[in-house]
Design a protein around this ligand. Structure first.
Ligand code: NDP
Length: 379
């Protein structure tokens, strides 16, 4: 028993994502949030009208995430060169930063809950959806799109999490470079794939305005925690893992890994792009033909004619490709694909229920035309 406890204690101590909150990491976090908010306000970017809400109003989103990322990286580069910023600070304090961010999210979620609870607004974005079950309301949120000092909190928060994931990865890469003078092939693959994914996300940031999180999910602890703790700290597990485990993969394995990434990425991006274009113009040309539309409202060609959520299939393949560079010796680096698989199966069910209610017989017709949910021929 003692031996087992000692083993558990040593593995907990060795886990880079466990540690007590600290004031220094709170300063890092608040500074980071302030800079991302400031860049979001001052940098130029296209203003995109979001999906029509229940009361037919539309929110406007300033999509300057890519500009924010570029300026942020340039600023960090200057800070590192002038010796004001240590590139490995996050990699060396991952546990403290993670728990500090979690504590921050707990406080923020109470603030957001109270703000929503007290809201007198009647608009669809700010109306209070109090159910009376405090735990439920705190967890799922009570307002669809709360704002703070003119900032759309939900849009800002997702951006903060995705940028945070990118920065954690860069710090982890800097740490491996510091430790061994170069990046391992595994680390280089993971870094390259995840960097492409994040850059692509910001390149297509306007497509975020029509996603489930933005149009349907209220802003509560689930999203607050999910966006800035769960996304940056658990999506980066592969990088943390490769810091302390040496994995040698052959060039053939690396090439196969690259193929899985590219295949998944093409489906993921292609499907999301097709739907986004369709929402803007229902006569859009997809795969060389005018889009097949069901009931004048639902796209049934391209990826959306193969499965009802092909975008999820692509995302799951991409997630898997992030972990393959870590080899098969441990399930730990496979946390992200396992989580995403579970989440997207669950989300597809929730989205299906929502679409069923919204589109009624049109949705039934779509389901008949496209019987597969996510995996064509399987599910
Ligand atoms: P979708 O982008 O698939 O959006 C679902 C909505 O699209 C539906 O509610 C419906 O909304 C509309 N829709 C569905 N089918 C059709 C159709 N055939 N024609 C026209 N409109 C349709 O889902 P998500 O927002 O969940 O996901 C967006 C992306 O984000 C995905 O690629 C997903 O993989 C990724 N993602 C990643 C996560 C991660 O942790 N890495 C987590 C969650 C998502 P409407 O009422 O507007 O018609």
């Amino acid at each position: 028993m003692e031996e087992w406890t000692a083993k558990l204690r040593s593995s907990v101590e060795a886990c880079p994502l466990l540690g007590p909150p600290s004031i220094s990491m709170l300063e890092v976090l608040v500074g980071y949030l302030g800079v991302v908010a400031l860049l979001g306000v001052v940098l130029p970017g296209p203003s995109i009208a979001g999906a029509a809400l229940e009361d037919k109003s539309r929110l406007t989103y300033k999509c300057n995430g890519l500009a924010s990322l570029v300026v942020l990286i340039a600023g960090l580069g200057v800070g590192i060169r002038t010796g004001h910023i240590l590139p490995t600070v996050v990699a060396e304090n991952g546990g403290q930063l993670c728990s500090t961010t979690l504590a921050f999210c707990l406080v923020m979620s109470v603030f957001v809950y109270l703000k929503g609870y007290l809201s007198q607004s009647k608009t669809a974005s700010l109306r209070s959806h109090v159910t009376g079950n405090i735990l439920h309301d705190w967890w799922f949120g009570v307002q669809l799109n709360p704002d703070f000092l003119g900032l759309d909190l939900k849009f800002f928060w997702i951006r903060t999490g995705m940028l945070g994931w990118f920065l954690i990865n860069l710090s982890v890469a800097a740490k491996q470079f510091q430790n061994q003078g170069s990046l391992s092939l595994s680390m280089a693959l993971y870094q390259a794939f995840s960097a492409i994914y994040v850059l692509d996300y910001f390149w297509h940031e306007e497509a975020m305005t029509s996603t489930w999180d933005i149009i349907a999910e209220k802003f509560g602890f689930m999203l607050i925690f999910g966006d800035v703790v769960f996304i940056p700290f658990t999506f980066s597990i592969q990088g943390w893992w490769l810091l302390s485990h040496s994995v040698k993969i052959s060039k053939i394995a690396a090439a196969l890994n690259l193929c899985i990434f590219l295949f998944g990425f093409a489906i993921f991006r292609g499907a999301n792009k097709q739907k986004h274009k369709f929402k803007q113009d229902s006569k859009v040309v997809i795969w060389g033909q005018t889009a097949k539309v069901i009931g004048g409202r639902l796209l049934a060609s391209g990826y959306w004619g193969v499965a009802r959520h092909c975008n999820y299939l692509g995302d799951i393949l991409v997630a898997f490709s992030f972990s393959l560079p870590c080899g098969m010796s441990s399930p730990v680096p496979y946390f992200y694909p396992a989580y995403l698989f579970t989440l997207l199966i669950w989300r597809e069910r929730r989205d299906e229920a929502r679409c069923c209610e919204k589109y009624r017989e049109v949705w039934q017709e779509y389901c008949k035309a496209v019987p597969w949910r996510i995996f064509p021929g399987i599910y």
